[in-house]
Design a protein around this ligand. Structure first.
Ligand SMILES: [Zn+2]
Ligand SMILES: [Zn+2]
Ligand SMILES: [Zn+2]
Length: 460
């Protein structure tokens, strides 16, 4: 079955009536009445809003998001990357449909593909050569968009943030580097303007000013102050300046500030963000690399084996550092706290005792969603210098610098609140345990490795 969307009656569907069943609809709402899943969709015409709206709804639908979908006209828009190309002739179409159906049959664990990540893997699995391309759009605050990622996440996740997670978990791999751009440190926009300012008072009122330097008295001043009815006369010692090099020369200071009268060779540069209107130094800008991406071997393995859910990926947003680095930093903090009494830090452990059992109770997708939203809440509780790591799939550690006993109690209260939500979501089936310690209660004999092992032992 082929479903054709078109605004007016056309004869294209006629050509496909021999090998296929053909249905003609005018809009997506009409399809939604019966929700017949076809072998492929075709959207006819070049009316951009019409085509774009139907295509967007197909790609965001929970059932048909990964369906083959063809256009009849090549549109110069980001929508092209969500089409499977121009509608091929019937025989070729038949082949493409069969290939997609074969791939679809080999995709395991289909009920698990409910999360954004699952949908993306499913989509890419059905299109082995698909490259996730960024679309350049000057109106976009970041200049680039990834239309496929927007559609697969139902516009809910920030594409760049999501890409970072997908790359960290090695589900996508970069294909080629397309651009490198600097972005606002506050809002990550790349709409920036660069303004020269006075290095002394930061005023923008500076001007390139030709100046002269009198050799007789050493006076340096603006060139027009030396002009005297067509000849050059020093404004200070009144010497006639005739020969450049022997009487006078041009000094290096060439700019002058109208606000503070400072003279200088090179102004400072200030960056202004057009979106959030904040100012910053050029060296504070964040460098972002724009890549195209494809499904990695690991991503393919996940699709093939049906293991969409590496449960621990639920915690991905916590920006874990490696266990080794965490232990190294913890050791260093322990040495510092022993040496300097005013240094105070805390260690916080969260142990999820029964994650594997919960997989049996809920499905993977639901459990993963619960963990993801917990990780999101936890992330909001952490400050920039806080470190986190994971020593087992279900054992998280947080290292909180500059946190005393009281701060630790406050932190625990906030985590407990967030845990209450997780508990409720898990219908009170989740078994979790906390362990905390403040640096003032540490023994002098333990190192970080031993400390973590001892605390973990207490949790079991
Ligand atoms: Zn002079
Ligand atoms: Zn100035
Ligand atoms: Zn900004």
């Amino acid at each position: 079955m082929l479903i054709f969307f078109s605004q007016e009656t056309s004869n294209i569907p006629e050509l496909y009536k021999i090998p296929f069943d053909v249905q003609q609809l005018s809009d997506f709402a009409e399809w939604e009445k019966n929700r017949i899943v076809p072998s492929a969709f075709v959207i006819e015409g070049n009316d951009h809003p019409y085509v774009s709206s139907i295509l967007g709804k197909i790609r965001r639908d929970s059932e048909v998001f990964a369906s083959l979908c063809f256009s009849t006209v090549l549109l110069p828009s980001s929508d092209n990357s969500l089409f499977d190309g121009i509608l091929p002739p019937p025989l070729e179409l038949q082949k493409q449909i069969e290939a997609a159906q074969d791939l679809s049959r080999s995709l395991k664990g289909k009920d698990n593909y409910l999360t954004h990540q699952g949908r993306l893997i499913n989509y890419l699995w059905l299109r082995p050569n698909y490259i996730v391309q960024p679309w350049h759009e000057w109106k976009n605050p970041r200049f680039y968009r990834y239309p496929l990622l927007e559609a697969m996440s139902l516009d809910q996740s920030d594409s760049f943030e999501w890409l970072r997670n997908l790359a960290n978990s090695k589900i996508l791999e970069p294909v080629s580097l397309l651009d490198r751009q600097r972005e606002c440190m506050y809002c990550r926009s790349s709409h920036l303007s660069f303004v020269d300012i006075c290095p002394n008072c930061s005023s923008i009122d500076i001007k390139l000013q030709p100046s002269l330097h009198c050799f007789t008295c050493g006076c340096v001043d603006a060139q027009d102050k030396f002009m005297h009815s067509g000849t050059l006369v020093c404004p200070k010692c009144h010497t006639h300046l005739r020969h450049i090099g022997s009487d006078y020369d041009r000094p290096l200071e060439n700019y002058s500030c109208h606000a503070c009268h400072h003279a200088f060779v090179e102004g400072d540069v200030q960056v202004r963000c057009a979106i959030c209107e904040k100012d910053m130094n050029p060296n504070e800008l964040i460098l972002n690399e724009i890549h195209s991406w494809r499904l990695s071997d690991k991503g393919r393995t996940i699709a093939f084996r049906g293991e969409v859910f590496d449960l621990s990926s639920g915690f991905n947003q916590l920006d874990f550092i490696s266990r080794e680095l965490f232990i190294h930093d913890l050791d260093w903090m322990m040495v510092m706290a022993r040496r300097y009494p005013n240094i105070n830090f805390s260690l916080f452990g969260i142990y999820f005792a029964n994650l594997p059992d919960l997989v049996e109770l809920f499905n993977h997708a639901r459990l993963l969603q619960m963990l993801e939203s917990f990780a999101q809440r936890l992330r909001n509780l952490l400050r920039t210098p806080d470190l986190s790591t994971r020593t087992a799939e279900n054992m998280l550690w947080l290292l909180l610098p500059n946190t005393d006993e009281q701060g630790l109690m406050g932190f625990q209260k906030r985590i407990e609140k967030s845990m209450d939500m997780l508990l409720e979501e898990s219908e009170y089936k989740l078994d979790f345990r906390f362990i905390t310690v403040n640096s003032q209660k540490l023994s002098n004999k333990e190192n970080a490795e031993l400390l973590l092992a001892r605390l973990f032992g207490e949790l079991l």
